[in-house]
Structure formats: structure tokens, C-alpha cells
Design a protein around this ligand. Structure first.
Ligand code: FAD
Length: 487
């Protein structure tokens, strides 16, 4: 605790500079980024849609420092914004409060505290970058399955706070299913020590669940115990070309019959989506021709070295061809080919970001409703906003197809129509999501982008309970205000 003096607590702080000096006393001056530094990267979201303001950004080194920083901000009435890798897609990590804000980043809390191949667990600090956790698991001959396009920069604290999904949910579940224990700092600075590695624990309410998917509104996650799995020893990637989502679902059924649990990932993209990547991400080659409406990436894995994946996959795809569910398929014959196919999938967010104004959606609908959802949404958006390109991609086995309307920004700004068109498209997607008994966010969260929509589409009883929980843990409303719930 560099230079921390409890007597400082007695000093009433009335200005930002005094506050910054107290922060520096807790974490050391080098770990406070203040108004004379460049704060822009920390108050702007990944999509560059939101720009907030902050008194400072602070980088504590351990849970005790996080606790002291939070307690200080709580005393001073300063809003706290937890920030991980700042790759979130809903503006959750960007300050919104008009008054004083403090961004807390856990970049210095990157320790892998323990890896247990016996218990199949890894205990990490919340600032660990996701790719580093995957690598630590690999070094212990184990596997941490959470995988997404931002894995080189997002942090596990952010992944847990957003209950991130990604490409391995089909087999391993979302982040919530991968967390055994959590340590978190509450909005008043108290430390919740739930860093337990228990597979079974029926002692009352499962409090750690409150922090998973709460997007930093109930506390700051500082550490976690995560599940590890047996390492896949063999994998095989294929790409199938098909006419629609309905056929993709039938192919999924066929794959389940032929390969069972070896089905690791099933990712779908429509042609417009891949064209956006082709046109805007020049370093991503498209290693197949674009002549069918939909593309399905299939990945099989097995933990047994030498397991034969090709025979059952060929059988499944052969049957799909015979039944005219797919028009063609290619099976990657090398790791390089598999990587090239996956690179296309991982370039989606970048391609869309560079396409102009993106009205993006993250709905989840029951699996058997996905085809109707995709067709209805596309038809209605095309009718309402003919200049929008309807790009779709997503995790078909999870019932989660992302609908992204890509619109020429200049054209919309000139016509002054942006707000009306965005509201129109949001209305269509919300309407169809509700019709199919779905949820407006499957994995990206609510943040600041979707809280108005959440308030509109959620059962009032559920909203009441959420607000009551928020009031109990954060009565002053200082923990990531302006996110998830309407005030
Ligand atoms: C290229 C790209 C691809 C993506 N692909 C996917 C995908 O496939 N699936 C998916 O689910 N998401 C995806 N995302 C979104 C994003 O990467 C995830 O939401 C990720 O989990 C956010 O982690 P982060 O560390 O960047 O969090 P941030 O963006 O920094 O924060 C996100 C939210 O979590 C809160 N938070 C951050 N750290 C903490 C903490 N320690 N304690 C409490 N709250 C905290 C923030 O306040 C904010 O509300 C993608 C993003 C990009 C840029």
C-alpha cells in the first residue's frame, strides 16, 4: 500500500485534484491517469459510439487497493466505472454520469494464482487477458474453452461481468457455466470473498451469480476460480454452403446424430456479412466463393488423440448433400485452411465496424424459432429501410443470430434520419424477438445501448426485483450508473 495514510480519510475532499492525490496515495502516483494525461481511450467505447468523461483512471494492484479506492469514491460520491479490456459492444465500460466519474482498470491484476490439473480449476485475478488464461490452461495440459474475437485484449473480469458467450457455448456453455467462485469488491468497498472451488455448494443463495452478467453495476470482480476441461487433441473444421437457417438447423440435427458431443462449434453467416468483411477487412482473405445465401462453419473436436473425426463428418455432410440441405461443403485439409476459415468468422466485428453505421442486435430465440426469426427480421428491415444491408452472423446452436443492419453513415447524417431509422430497426427486432419468446441480449449485455429497450421488453416484475437488488447493494447508485437499468 504505497504511502497510504488512514489519516487522509479525515480530510474532506471537495475538488478533483484532492481526490486524485488521495487515489495516488493508495495506488502510487504512476498508477493514476489524471486530467493532464490523455484520458480519451478510457472514456470511449470500442465501437467509438460513446464518449464520456472522467476525473481519472486508476489502476490498483490488488484487491485491498481496489477496496480502498472504491471506499474512497463511495465516501466522495464519485461514480465508479469498472473497465476491463474495453472491448464491450454496449458501452458498458464508458462513463455516462454527468458529474464526477472514476474509471477503475485491473490491468495490474494479471496473476494466475493457481492451476490445478487435479481439480480441473484455474484461479485468476480479474485483469487477466482471456488469451493468457487459455495459454496457462494449455501449459497445464488442460483447456479453458471461452473463446471470442476479442480474446487477445478482453479481460476475464469483463468476460464474467458480461457473461460472454463466444464460439464454444454449444459444448461448454457461456461464461456463467465456467465460473466456480468469485471475489468482488462491493460498491461501499467491502470485499466479498466467494473465491471457492466447490463443484457442489447448496448453502443458501448463490451470491456469486449476482456479479455474473451484472456489467459492473453491483461491484467490481477482482478474482475468479474457473473450470478447466480435458484438452481437445484433434479437431476438424468444415464449411457448408446452404440456402437458409432452416436447413442449417437440420444439418445441426444430422451432425448431432453422427458425431454427438464432438460437435464443438457451429457458426453461421449470411452472404452480406461475408461481403462486409471482404470489402472492409482487406487482410482477411475469403477462401471460398460467395455464391450461396448462407455459410455454416462446423468444428468437431475430440479429447482422444488420433480419434477419427473425418469419417462421421463426411457421412453427415454426404447425407446433407443428398437431402439437398447443403449445396456444397469443404473440409479443411490443414490447420492453415481451418485458420483461414475461422479468420473470416473472427473478422465480423471489425468488418461491421468499418461498414458505416451498424444497428446491431444480439437476440436469443428458441432454437426451432431461429429460421422464422431470421426470415421475418430480414424481410421487415428490407421493407422499412431499403438502403440497409442486413448482415447476419452468430451461434446457431445457441439460438443466437446477430442481426446487423449496415447503413451508409454519410447518407443517414445528411438526411437527418439516423435516429428514426435506428428506432425503426430496433422496434422490428424487438418485436420479432418478443414474438418468438426470445431475449434481446444473448451475450453482449445491456450496457448503455440497450437499457431503454430492456425497460420496454422486460416483465415489470423482473425489473422490480433487479432494481431491489441494485438498491440493496448500491443504495447510493454509484457503481457504474447509467448501465443496464433505467434510473
Ligand atoms: C472483435 C470482437 C469480437 C467479440 N466477440 C464476442 C463474442 O463472440 N461473444 C461475446 O459475448 N462478446 C463478444 N465481444 C464483446 C466483448 O469482447 C465481450 O463483451 C467481453 O466479455 C468484454 O470484456 P472486456 O474485458 O473488454 O470488458 P469491458 O468492455 O471493459 O467491460 C464490459 C462490461 O463489464 C464491466 N466490467 C469490466 N471489468 C469488470 C470487472 N472486473 N468487474 C466488474 N465489471 C467489469 C464493465 O463495466 C462493462 O459494463 C466481442 C468484441 C469484439 C471487439
Amino acid at each position: 500500500m504505497a504511502g497510504w495514510d488512514p489519516a487522509l480519510w479525515e480530510v474532506a475532499v471537495s475538488d478533483a485534484q484532492g481526490f486524485i492525490e488521495l487515489l495516488a496515495a493508495i495506488v502510487g502516483p504512476r498508477n493514476v491517469i489524471g486530467p493532464s494525461d490523455d484520458l480519451a481511450p478510457y472514456v470511449t467505447d470500442w465501437r467509438e459510439r460513446y464518449h464520456g468523461q472522467a476525473d481519472a483512471v486508476v489502476k490498483p494492484a490488488n484487491v485491498s487497493e481496489v477496496s480502498q479506492v472504491v471506499a474512497l469514491a463511495h465516501r466522495e460520491g464519485v461514480a465508479i466505472v469498472p473497465q476491463g479490456g474495453n472491448t464491450g459492444l454496449c458501452g458498458g465500460a464508458t462513463p455516462t454520469a454527468p458529474g464526477r466519474n472514476l474509471v477503475i482498470r485491473l490491468d495490474r491484476m494479471r496473476a494466475i494464482r493457481a492451476v490445478s490439473p487435479l481439480a480441473n480449476t484455474i484461479t485468476v485475478e480479474a485483469g487477466c487477458v482471456l488469451a493468457d488464461i487459455q495459454a496457462a490452461a494449455e501449459a497445464a495440459d488442460r483447456y479453458f474453452p471461452l473463446s471470442l474475437g476479442a480474446e487477445g485484449s478482453c479481460q476475464i473480469g469483463g468476460n464474467i461481468a458480461t457473461n460472454a458467450g463466444g464460439t464454444a457455448v454449444l459444448r461448454y456453455g457461456p461464461t456463467r457455466d465456467l465460473v466456480l467462485g468469485i471475489e468482488a469488491v462491493l460498491p461501499d468497498g467491502r470485499i466479498f470473498d466467494g473465491l471457492r472451488a466447490l463443484r457442489k455448494d447448496n448453502t443458501g443463495y448463490d451470491l456469486k451469480q449476482l456479479f455474473i452478467g451484472a456489467e459492473g453495476t453491483l461491484g467490481i470482480i477482482t478474482g475468479a476460480v474457473l473450470k478447466l476441461f480435458a484438452k481437445p487433441r484433434v479437431s476438424l473444421t468444415a464449411l457448408a454452403m446452404l440456402p437458409g437457417v432452416e436447413q442449417a438447423l437440420e444439418v445441426m440435427g444430422l451432425l448431432r446424430s453422427h458425431v454427438g458431443d464432438r460437435l464443438g462449434s457451429l457458426e453461421i453467416m449470411n452472404r452480406s456479412q461475408i461481403e462486409a468483411i471482404r470489402d472492409h477487412v482487406p487482410d482477411t482473405a475469403i477462401p471460398f466463393s460467395l455464391d450461396t445465401p448462407w455459410y455454416l462453419i462446423i468444428e468437431l473436436t475430440d479429447t482422444l488423440a488420433g480419434a477419427d473425426l473425418a469419417t462421421p463428418l463426411e457421412a453427415a455432410l454426404g447425407e446433407a448433400l443428398e437431402r439437398e440441405l447443403i449445396s456444397d461443403a469443404l473440409i479443411a485439409s490443414s490447420e492453415a485452411q481451418a485458420k483461414a476459415i475461422w479468420k473470416v468468422r473472427h473478422s465480423v466485428s471489425e468488418g461491421n465496424k468499418r461498414s458505416g453505421l451498424v444497428v446491431s442486435h444480439d437476440s436469443a430465440v428458441p432454437l426451432d424459432r431461429q429460421a422464422a426469426f431470421a426470415v421475418n427480421v430480414e424481410t421487415r428491415i428490407r421493407a422499412a429501410a431499403p438502403h440497409a444491408v442486413v448482415a447476419m452472423h452468430g451461434h446457431i446452436g445457441d439460438g443466437n443470430i446477430h442481426v446487423c443492419a449496415l447503413i451508409d453513415r454519410a447518407r443517414l447524417t445528411e438526411s437527418g434520419e439516423a435516429d428514426r431509422v435506428v428506432a425503426l430497426i430496433n422496434g422490428i427486432v424487438d418485436d420479432e424477438t418478443r414474438l418468438q419468446r426470445g431475449a434481446i441480449s444473448a451475450e453482449h449485455g445491456i450496457g448503455q445501448s440497450n437499457r431503454g429497450r430492456l425497460a420496454r421488453v422486460t416483465d415489470p416484475l423482473e425489473l422490480d426485483v433487479m432494481r431491489a437488488i441494485k438498491r440493496v447493494l448500491d443504495p447510493a447508485g454509484l457503481m457504474n450508473p447509467g448501465k443496464v437499468l433505467m434510473d
